[in-house]
Ligand binder design. Structure first.
Ligand code: SAM
Length: 511
């Protein structure tokens, strides 16, 4: 897993004595609480994020639940495996960073207790992005509607404990609501490089509600949650931890078509990067010619398997965002030099500006005007003034024609052929349907058949332009010079007004 991070080193060293900490002494009562509060059905699949020595995982497994435990620290996991064996139970323990993990099957519930990985910041970790990444990963690992329970450090208590002295001494940083951990070189367990930076993040309830919501998790309750004192009770200002009960929305990876979830590792045999060369050059030309100054940074939303990115990356610094961790993994293999982030294009917020934003056919997965408007708002808040956002849907309502397509590729000893058929069952709504059949030939010659269905968005040209303007863009419809009336014939571009132009406009309005 590359070079060890600070927390990984810390917990590797701390693992043999971790369960001597007094805050680990209530495991049985905590698991009772988890089972009851999450209403776990017999045999439910539970994800334990930052599972440590597996005390909750092992007790849940003992009670018949199927548990996946992930943790960054090989030392903690070694301890967990030893304890699971001694208890005679099986837990699927995996070494992974909670900000980057993916699971193979949707889980029925998740826990992230005693901080887990949440807010344990390593060097360079952003105090907002680190917990948000974990929430996004958990949101897509959960089945639609599945619950999750967290206990996190209480930011109120952290601020009150450190006070002005802590700020002056540099042990508490109010901007990030972080404290420097007290593992000074003197107190550092053996094996930890001196000077390793360890920071812990506190959280306050309204921010938790916002972070969870941003990641697609609906908060149902926020309670006091200090270890040893769990209960459905209000948060006390000076207690150590806060508890959050939340639920996954209808989105998440489980709601995705098979091509983007179970079958994502076949994606590049369905549609190969090479096929995107000309399209990508066309998109690049538009982005460059319509921007006020040459764009360097580009955010692609719904970047999927990274086919466009494989051509665009030679010309831009690319950040790729997709809802599906498995599609991102396919893209990461193709484009290891690009930044990859899990996120929903309707809600993701990276707190940075890009010179340009690009959304290709993934935009069709938004099937209502509300969702389309949300994606445009995402594009707007990430686009620098004077920059542009380009949307390249397959169809607009005016030029949609039912049709069929077929294709596929061979590679790596495998092969895939597909048959695609699209039509509009109800011209009165904003969707059309695509049915796909995949024939997949495995390395051993075995053939599998899989069917997939996409309900895709279909909007009139005027609606595209109206929604782009409502998001704040100066909108423009662009006809593809070569696409005729086929897929991709019409594109939409929005320019975010330059700050000086906006200021001039505001001054004019005031005058
Ligand atoms: C305080 S322990 C909590 C363990 C367990 N949940 C419990 O309640 O006893 C925090 C755990 O989070 C793990 N951790 C820290 N950062 C992590 C990351 N980025 N990804 C995964 N695990 C991480 C540590 O290795 C450690 O085992």
């Amino acid at each position: 897993m590359g070079e060890k991070s600070g927390w990984e080193s810390f917990f590797d060293g701390h693992a043999p004595v971790y369960e001597e900490n007094c805050f680990t002494k209530n495991t049985l009562a905590e698991v009772d609480f988890v089972v009851e509060t999450l209403a776990l059905a017999p045999g439910a699949r539970v994800l334990d994020v930052g599972c440590g020595t597996g005390r909750h995982s092992i007790e849940l497994a003992r009670r018949g639940f199927r548990v996946t435990g992930i943790d960054l620290s090989a030392g903690m996991l070694a301890e967990a495996r030893r304890r699971a064996e001694a208890a005679g139970v099986t837990v699927d323990f995996r070494q992974a960073d909670a900000t980057r993990f993916a699971v193979d099957v949707p889980h029925d519930a998740a826990i992230c207790l005693c901080e887990g990985a949440f807010g344990l910041l390593g060097r360079g970790d952003d105090p907002i992005e680190q917990p948000l990444s974990i929430l996004r990963r958990i949101a897509v690992a959960l089945a639609p509607g599945a619950p999750c329970l967290f206990t996190v450090l209480n930011g109120y208590a952290m601020a009150r404990r450190h006070g002005y002295e802590g700020v002056a001494a540099g042990s508490f940083e109010p901007l990030g609501l972080t404290e420097r951990s007290d593992v000074s070189p003197g107190g550092v367990p053996a094996g930890i490089p001196g000077g390793t930076e360890l920071r812990e993040r506190g959280f306050v309830p309204p921010e938790l509600a916002l972070l969870f919501r941003t990641a697609g998790l609906a908060v149902e309750a926020i309670w006091g949650g200090t270890a040893g004192d769990w209960g459905r009770r209000p948060v006390a200002l000076d207690e150590m931890e806060i508890m959050v009960l939340a639920r996954a929305g209808a989105g998440g990876e489980a709601a995705l078509p098979k091509l983007y979830s179970d079958r994502a590792d076949w994606f590049h045999l369905l549609t190969a990067p090479e096929e995107y060369r000309e399209e990508a050059a066309f998109y690049r030309g538009l982005l460059e010619s319509r921007s006020l100054s040459p764009p360097r940074t580009l955010l692609e939303l719904g970047s999927g398997g990274g086919n466009n990115a494989s051509h665009l990356k030679a010309h831009f610094d690319l950040t790729l965002v997709d809802l599906s961790p498995r599609m991102l993994a396919a893209s990461e293999r193709l484009n290891p030099e690009c930044e990859h982030l899990v996120g929903d294009m309707r809600t993701v917020r990276l707190a940075r500006l890009f010179d340009a934003v690009f959304v290709q056919d993934a935009i069709a997965h938004l099937a209502t005007e509300e969702d389309l408007a949300l994606a445009m708002a995402t594009a707007f808040v990430h686009c620098r003034p004077g920059g542009v956002a380009l949307f390249a849907p397959d169809f607009v309502r005016e030029t949609f024609r039912p049709g069929a397509d077929h294709g596929g590729h061979d590679g790596g000893g495998r092969g895939l052929r597909y048959l695609e058929w699209y039509w509009d069952p109800d011209p009165g709504d904003t969707t059309y349907r695509t049915e796909l059949v995949y024939l997949m030939r495995h390395e051993d010659g075995q053939i599998e058949v899989e069917q997939d269905r996409f309900e895709l968005g279909l909007f009139a040209r005027a609606d595209w332009l109206r929604l782009l303007a409502a998001a704040g863009f100066a909108p423009e419809a662009i006809l593809h010079p070569e696409a005729g009336e086929g897929p991709g014939a019409e594109l939409f571009l929005g320019r975010r007004p330059a700050a000086d132009a906006a200021a001039a406009g505001a001054a004019a309005e005031e005058g």
